[in-house]
Design a protein around this ligand. Structure first.
Ligand code: GRF
Length: 190
């Protein structure tokens, strides 16, 4: 599996994937990181792991089409086969979806279809939900709407702070994402 990752921020999920590859748990070649934020901490994580980084700020391009074409060019050059969005805070549009049909996946910190959007953890917390979780799904043109690949539930203890809930969600994410990638890569081999 030649895997590229997309991220905008801290990159703890990217780190979990890097670590899973380094310890041999996930058989994948990490061929690139695409990041839309020049200052993001995830860039340093990728550089330390020797992963080629492509910074693509939307503001540097005249149109979204040019921005996506630039990302597609980078991914083709790196021979990426799969793309894992990991905290990438932009909507992926037609050029990328057409270039990688059924090969772009995303991690979302809620049990979709509940609580899609930018703040899945905070929204579940404020709604007083009894349970939430983590979803890995294929990316389509909607926001967090594509077919679900894997989910893990978490019961919410009403005594938890939002921060405590977030920590538990991230812990699940850091296992579920590498495990799901492993399952996908093994399926493709057979
Ligand atoms: C994760 O909670 C992920 O589910 C969401 O954005 C967050 C990214 O965190 N899409 P990190 O940058 O991987 O630490």
């Amino acid at each position: 599996m030649k895997l590229a990752m997309f991220a905008s921020g801290t990159g703890t999920n990217v780190q979990a994937i890097i670590d899973a590859v380094h310890c041999g748990q996930l058989q994948a070649e990490l061929v690139g990181l695409v990041c839309d934020q020049r200052q993001a901490a995830v860039i340093e994580r990728a550089e330390q792991a020797g992963i080629p980084v492509f910074v693509a700020s939307l503001q540097d391009y005249e149109t979204r089409q040019e921005w996506e074409d630039a990302m597609v060019n980078f991914l083709k050059k790196q021979e990426a086969e799969w793309i894992a969005l990991a905290g990438f805070m932009r909507i992926v549009g037609k050029p990328l979806l057409k270039a990688f049909p059924h090969r772009i996946i995303n991690i979302h910190p809620s049990l979709l279809p509940n609580f899609p959007g930018r703040d899945g953890i905070g929204d579940a917390y404020r709604a007083g939900a009894c349970e939430t979780g983590v979803t890995i799904h294929y990316v389509d043109e909607g926001i967090d709407t594509g077919p679900i690949i894997a989910q893990q539930k978490l019961s919410i203890n009403p005594d938890w702070t939002e921060q405590e809930l977030a920590e538990k969600i991230h812990k699940i994410e850091h296992q579920l994402y590498p495990n799901t990638l492993k399952t996908l890569s093994e399926k493709e081999e057979n």
